[in-house]
Unconditional design. Sequence first.
Length: 337
Amino acid sequence: IRVEGGEAAGMVHRRVARVRVRCERCGAEVEADTVSPRAAGELQVFVCGTCAEQARRQGVQVPGYRGFRSLDEGGMGRLWVAERESDGERVVIKTMRPECAVSRRGVERFLREIRLMQRLEHPNIVRFIEAGTCGGMLYIVMEYVEGTDAERLRAGAAGGRLEPRVAVDIVQQVLSALEYAHSLRPPVYHRDIKPANILLEGRAPRYTAKLADFGLARARETHSITLRGEGLGTLPFMPPEQIAAARSVDERADIFGIGATLYYLVTGEFVYNFPHGASQGRAAQVVAEGGVVPVQRRGVRLPARLEEVINRATAPQAQARYATAREMRRALAEALQ
C-alpha cells in the first residue's frame, strides 16, 4: 500500500494497492497499480512498460481505420486523423499515450472520458463514434470537424479580435451545448472551456461551433480520479474556485470559462493580467486571488450591454455569475439587439 494523490491546493491522500497483473500485449506478469473493475468494465487496458515503449515506436494501430496522420498531442493522449475503411469517412481518433497505459490513474482518467462522451449527443458537441482497445491501448473515435477553431479564427482576425456578433454567435452555440450537458443526470461539467476547444465549421460570418475535449470533464455524482495538476484546466480561462477545489466546481465554473473565452475573442487579451514571465505557480496565484480585469479597461469599444454580460459571467465570486447557461445565452441574445 502506498499513498498517492494531489489537488491544486494541498495534498489529498489516497491508498493505492500494488498487485501482480498480466500485460495484455505480451502476457508477462508485473507489479502495478490496480485498475478498479467498475472503472475498466469489459475493457482490458493494462500494458507493461516494455510493451508501452514498443507501442510508442510502432505508432498507432486501430482495426477498421487507415491512413493515420498525427493531428495533436496532449498530456494524456494523442489525436490522429484517419479514414474508416468501411465507408471512407474521415474521423479523429484519440489514443492513450503508451506511457499512460502503465498508470492506474492515467487509465481511469481515459476511461472516464469514454464514459462521459458516450452520454453526450448534441449538435454543438463533437460526436462520439466508438471506443475500444487495441493491444491493451485505449482509443476513442470521434467525428472529424472540417474547419478551424475559435483560437485560430481570432488569431487570424484584424487586430487579433473577432467582431462581437461573430464571437457572440459562436459562444451562444457553446452555451447551448453546456445547457444540455448540465441538464443531464448526473450533470456533466466540462472544466476546460477555451477557444482552442471550440471547433468551427463553415465560413464567416456564420460558423457551426462544436465543443471538444472532455478529458477534464466530470459528472458530479461519479467517482473521480484527480492527478497532480489534473482538473486545473487552462489558467487564463479558469475560475478562482477551480484552483482550490477542482473536483467540487459546478456549472458556474463553465460559465466563467465561456465568459473568459468571449472576453478573449473580442479583446484579444486574457481576463487576468499575468506578470511577464510568470511561473505556473505565480499565474495560478493570480487566478486564485480572483484578479479579473473588467472588460471595459481593455480599450476595446463594445456595446455596454455586452460588457455587462461579460463582466457578470467572469465575476470572481461564483454566486455573482449567471446561474445557468440558458440564463447567459438569453442575456447575450438581448445584448446585441
